[in-house]
Structures are given as structure tokens and as C-alpha cells.
Design a protein. Sequence first.
Length: 561
Amino acid sequence: MNKDISERLKKLLGESIQKIFLSQSIDLNLMPPVILTTPRNPEHGHMSTNIALQLSGILQREPKQIASSITEEIIQRESEIINHIDIAGPGFINFYLNEQIFYHILKEIVLQREKFGCSDIGKGEKVMVEFVSVNPTGPLHIGHGKCAAVGDALTKILKAAGYQVTTEYYINDHGKQVNTLGESVLARYRHLLGEEVPFPENGYQGDYIFDLAREIIKEYHEQFKGKSDQSTIQFFKDYAYKKILQDIKNDLTNFGVEFDSWFSEQSLYDQNKVQPVIEQLKKKGYVYNHHGALWLKASYFGDEKDRVVIRENGEPTYLASDIAYHDDKFKRGFKILIDIWGADHHGYIQRMKAAIDAMGYDPESFQVLLVQFVTLIKEGKIVGMSTRGGEFIPLKELLQEVGKDVARYFFLMHSHDSHTEFDLDIAKSQSLENPVYYIQYAYARICSIIEKGKKEDILLDLNSDSQILFGLLDKEEELEIIKKLSNFKKVIERSAVYWKPYLVSSYLYDLASAFHKYYTNYQVIGKNRELSMARLYLISAIKIVLENALTLLGVCAPEKM
RNA sequence: GUGCCCGUGGCUUAAUUGGAUAAAGCGACGGCCUCCGGAGCCGUAGAUUGGAGGUUCAAGUCCUCUCGGGCACACCA
């Protein structure tokens, strides 16, 4: 519902309740916050509050009795926006608003266009969303695709809600994993040149390792034959991870995901940012020496056990880099850090929170969004996807099969917290089973109706609503649609506050559905010119909201399909 | 074994963060094209929300226990 109106109602309710409190001389601090909801059942009014139920314990009175006291008070103060008030069920107060309010909202949507739905609840707070951050040791698979879609949509939603958001990809270009990558490629290089050398333990098995080796042969020929020294490995490592990273970047671009910055783990060492942070923690007494290694007192901050930050051999662990990295994020001025991780990393959260706590930052300002796994269903069967075993579906392949829009929507249509079952056959079908088409079809239909209007010389000037007779939009379905449209801002806010991008997806589906129903029951362009104009105005507003919502998800709004 | 996440019609999921009669899609069955795009619309059947207690005006949602499933438990990243 429109924010001004719900604020106005909340204020009214607050004042009325205050008066009751004073008359019974009850401490005003006991007053709970007023919560207004937009009921899904139309019989429960346009807006509703449960405040009387909440107050019954405090005031020691029957909820219904309290509700009627509040209602009486409100009726005396406000008659402009409220049509009438009902007290229903155990003591809910249901408001029915004046229809003019809805027409006003409709105008607002059309006036604000692409800005409609935006709010300022984020108050410009600096947020960093770090996501994907896949090791540059292999290509992106569909699981990463889900993280990418969730992170990207969440970022857009947070921005719409008034946060100042920066996205970042953390590149693990330091440490054992990329070394193993270098060794794996080198081994394949030498195999291809006919040498018999052992393949590294836990080496990377995929075909792309051979591809990289072939590339190097093509470019450098037999230059590294017989070599296995540090600088050769270093060369293979750099060559391989840079190529793979480029490949990852390309995949993300094709998926519609762009990062504001790419942060190298190695740069933390090059700029000597790791040691000082560890030193600092040591001074605070949160890092101690044990058996030659340095340990973080993670258990003191709620983790299961203490964790090594500097190994016995003097090498920092991944955690050490990560501590320095997150310290750096805070030092760059970010107030909220959101990391999006695959669910398999959940055991790492407590340890990271402990580190942040130890550094003196509020552990609550660091939040991890866990994205559950994706299982791909092909011809009714589950296709496995473990990175370790080398059996995974590359994101690239999925994009070729179903396209960006379908892939993104499928990743975003359910809670990121629940497993995604990605049914390839449904995703590929351009049919009613596919929710993406259902939504896009609604948009295309609207465009087509507007085109028809133009042909029949019924042209709508969206910059001026003076010739629109809003009163003609009096059908129940029409008011229902306007109500839904007006909810959009709330949906974005909730989606931003609870970090649930899928709320936007289900909203979209619901709105598309309302339009399809309306379309079947009513003719937009008809004999009556005024009515046609008014309805065109309505569907133009739907078009705007559909487009705004699709944009948040990174899904296209096609005018023709 | 310990910790985290998840159990909702046959299947995939919702449920305004504790609210009113648990809502959609798929699948099944039955209807709707002289008409703006049928990639659509309408209807019927299908649920004791894994189970047992508890908290309160109110529990799918919170607490305890229990049973199933997933994941994690490195001086890997």
C-alpha cells in the first residue's frame, strides 16, 4: 500500500491508542508498535491491524472492546481517506479506503515510471555484497549461477530500497588451490609432450586442464618440457588462473552479472595487509602460539574451536587472508557486509563472525546468505553436480540450453534457502509450464494492446492524466490490480530487509496472473473511447511495474515474443 | 558422534516474519476462441503442515523432544 497512506493511518492509530493509555494512566512505553498489513483476503479490507489483540493483555480489556474505542477515536479525526472501518474476527481493525486513493496511486505509478517501487529505507547506507567468488581453478557451474543470480538481484533490490551497494568478486589467486592448478596444467602439458610424470595428488581432473595445456603448447611449444621448478609452476599457475578467470568473467557477463570490483587475495600480501591484522589480534590477546602455529581464539567468540591463522611452516591460512580481506572491507567504509556462499560453506560462518568480533567490529554487521544446492533434472532424472568428482553442468551449457532469462528466473523463483530443482525440460519448454514466459507474455500482450490503441487512434499521453476519467475503473478486478500495483514498494522493501529476492519473483507472477485474468474478462480497446483510455492507462501502469520488477531480477521485458 | 539447514496436497513451492477459511503452478478430470496475442482463462478432485508435547487471544511459523533428508566438521580454499 502507498506509504504516505499507511504512515498516515499508523499515526492516527498511534494517537488514538495514546489517548486510551492516558485515560487509563498506563505507561506509554508499554505501547507496542502498530503493524499495518494488506490482507490477502479482500473481505478483510484494504488495510488491517491486529493492534487491539496485542493491547488486550496490557490494557486488561477485551480486544473487540479496545478495537471499538480505537475506531471511534479514528472516525472523529479522519474521514478523508477512510471509507469505513470494520471490526472483525477476534478483534482485527479493517480499514476500507476511499477509491480516490487508488486512482491517486495509479497516477503516481505512471508519473514515477522506472522509479516507482524505489524507497529510501536504506538511507544510503554503504553495503558490500560479495558473491560468486569462485576459485579460479575451474569454470562456473549451475550452482554458482544460482549464487550469481541471487547476488545480482539482491544488489538491485537493495539499491531500489535506498542502500548504496557495491558488488565485489574475491579472487583466490593465492595459496594451495591455484598452485595445484598450475601443477595440474604442467603435468598435462608434459603428458601431452610424451613425458611420463605423476599427476599431482588432488589435482584438477577436468578436460579444461588439457585445453589449457594444449594452448600453452601452441603458444610456447616445448619450452617447458622436462621442467618442474618453482618459476615454471608459477608461470603455469598464472597462465591458467588468468585464463579461467577471464572465462568466468565472460560467463558472468553473458548471464547479465557485472561486478563493481574484482579483489585479488594476492594483493593483500603484496600490500602487506595480512600480517598487521594478525599482529593486531595478537596484541589484543585473541591470537596465540601453540605448537609453532598461530591460533585465533575463535571458541571465545562462539565458534566450536580455535582456528589456525598462521601454519607451523609460517604460511598464512585461508582464514588469515579472509580476516584481512573483511577488515579491508570495513576500512573502505562499508557498514554492512553481505557474503553469499554456497551452503557447503556454512561451517565457516561462525569462524568468520568470531574473527570479525575479535577485530572489534559488530559481528551482526557481517551477514552470510547461504544458497542451497541446485539439482538439475533432465528427462526426469537427476544429473549429479559435484565439483570434486569433475561431474558438473557448466553455467555456459545451461545458458545455451535455456537462455539467460529462464535461467535467472528459475534461480530466483524460490527461496535461495531451499534446494532448487532445475527441470531442464520445463525450462526449455516455451509453454504454459514455464513461468518466465507467463510473465513475459503478460508484458508483450500489454505492449500489443497499446499498439492496437495507436492504430485505432486511441493514443495515451502518459505525461498528462487530465483526460482520464478514473471513475470508469470501477470493476472489482481493476481495483484489485491497483491494490497489487501499490504493494510493489512494500514488496521491494521486504525483499531488501529480509534479503529475499524471490519475493519479487512471486509478486511478478501474481501480478501477471491478475492481468491475464483481467484481459480475458474485459476488453481494453472498445467502442467507448473514455473507457478505452482509462483502461489503457491502467494497463500502462501494469506494464511499468512488470518492467520494473523484471529489471530487478535481470530478466528482459520483451515487447514481442 | 557434534553443529547448521530443510520436512506443507501425487510432484515443485507460497504463506505479508505469530494473524482471520494454509495459497499457487505442474500432473489428473471437465469446460471457454465470430472478440485487443489460447504462451491465455474458468471449474472439480486432492492437506490432521513428518510425529509428540509446550508457550497464548492466536502456531505451518516460536521452545523442548523425536523421526526422516541434505550439508559441514583441515595447519584445503
